[in-house]
Write a protein that binds this ligand. Structure first.
Ligand code: DC
Length: 227
């Protein structure tokens, strides 16, 4: 059976990673959270006070960054490592969330991240979620899904996630951050977030996790068996 590439894009906190993980588990594919890479780069920039507006400093910083995913058996998913340090929890904190969209607009940052993401897709059998996966990273992906959900549903989901991780925040702060990121992500000059022409829209506002998996798995199997 031929393996395919599945690209999942959409706005912040609309369940892209959940869907990508579900599909990867069901198909025995590799799941890649491309946002974690931008978050790890942002964490490095914050820690080292890299000036986003100084292209030389940005290029120099990128040369000192090594990003790897390592499987965490207890969680049954991969953790993000920045220069061999597990930063999976740190990159979800508000300070990174507040700066990641800005860092992600930088051309050198995108070239750096996209090249590594494309390597991960060469052998196929990959489900990757992000903002530009179907448009820029894998324009030839066999299946592209554009996930959407209402802003209220997204805020609730994100808030719940943060409360579970004991991250101190408020509903207002979460909503403001989501709206700001959506705006920057979809209006930036280089590969902005937008639905690829050949992507299928999945609005999961009122779907359970099981329902969304059933729908997406059917789309995936149609592509796999017709490939
Ligand atoms: O998926 P996420 O919310 O963890 O992504 C964090 C940020 O990273 C998002 O606001 C924009 C950026 N990003 C991007 O520019 N391109 C991607 N493919 C994935 C994420």
């Amino acid at each position: 059976m031929n393996k395919i590439v599945i690209a999942i894009d959409g706005y912040s906190s609309c369940g892209k990673s959940t869907l990508a993980k579900q599909l990867a588990n069901a198909l025995n594919y590799v799941f890649v959270d491309s946002g974690a890479m931008y978050r790890a780069i942002t964490l490095y920039f914050l820690r080292n006070k890299i000036d986003n507006d100084n292209p030389q400093a940005v290029q120099q910083a990128l040369q000192n960054i090594s990003l790897t995913f390592k499987f965490n058996a207890a969680k049954e998913s991969s953790d993000m490592y920045l220069n061999n340090e597990n930063v999976e929890d740190l990159i979800r904190e508000m300070q990174v969330s507040q700066n990641v969209s800005k860092v992600s607009t930088l051309k050198d940052v995108r070239v750096f991240a996209v090249a590594q993401q494309q390597q991960m897709g060469i052998a196929k059998g990959v489900v990757m979620d992000g903002r530009d996966i179907g448009t820029a990273v894998f324009p030839d992906a066999e299946l592209k899904i554009f996930v959407t959900a209402t802003i209220d549903v997204r805020v609730e989901r994100r808030l719940k996630e943060m409360v579970e991780k004991n991250i101190n925040t408020t509903r207002e702060e979460v909503k403001k951050n989501l709206e700001e990121r959506d705006f920057i992500d979809s209006t930036r000059a280089i590969s902005p977030l937008k639905k690829a022409d050949d992507a299928i829209v999945l609005d999961n506002s009122f779907l359970t996790r099981e329902e969304q998996l059933t729908i997406a798995l059917q789309w995936a199997n149609e592509k796999i068996y017709s490939n």
